[in-house]
Design a protein around this ligand. Structure first.
Ligand code: SF4
Length: 177
């Protein structure tokens, strides 16, 4: 999950899912990935874009997991964001989706919907997360983020929100109906 989320930056989930089977067959453990040849790794992940940086981060992240965390991806957000290539969004995805722990990833959809729905005017994702966290029970934060992301993809689309079809239109301050 951590590797896939690092690869997902500026890339579609569909593309990431096309790359990961071969990647995970070639590198089965954090130790394998930590010792990867950069050129070979870059070739495997090339189609996900920004592949040089991603390869560097994947190797650095794996080295850190092996050296500092005994080969196990750490669970605390503080430890997660200490890994190369891992920011709060990635850390919260891993916590909420892979570990079942509280984590509210703030992406472009969560940011946009938080503004439209009047939750906050903050633009910094870390600040938005700190505003949303107290509003949502800890165990529901991951699902809440996923719901906003799906709503942003399917209904409240960036250029032309479908307010006429939106179940939130009655109380959304950003509604255009
Ligand atoms: S009412 Fe319109 S602006 Fe508000 S969340 Fe729904 S689609 Fe988005």
């Amino acid at each position: 999950m951590l590797v896939a989320t690092i690869l997902a930056a500026q890339c579609t989930d569909v593309r990431v899912n096309m790359v990961t089977p071969r990647l995970f067959r070639r590198y089965r453990t954090p130790v394998d990935l930590a010792h990867a040849d950069p050129d070979e790794l870059e070739a495997i992940i090339r189609s996900t874009g920004f592949y040089r940086n991603k390869a560097k981060n994947l190797i650095g992240m794996s080295e850190a997991v092996v050296e500092r965390f005994d080969g196990e991806v750490p669970a605390s957000i503080r430890d997660l964001v200490s890994l190369p290539g891992v920011g709060r969004k990635t850390g919260n995805v891993v916590r909420s989706v892979a570990m079942g722990l509280p984590g509210l990833p703030v992406d472009t959809h969560v940011t946009r919907l938080s503004h439209l729905l009047g939750f906050t005017e903050e633009t910094d994702p870390v600040k938005i997360e700190s505003v949303l966290d107290p509003m949502v029970p800890a165990r529901e934060r991951g699902d809440f983020s996923l719901r906003l992301i799906l709503h942003g993809r399917r209904v409240c689309v960036a250029r032309r929100p479908k307010c006429g079809e939106c179940v939130l239109a009655d109380f959304c301050p950003g509604s255009m109906v």
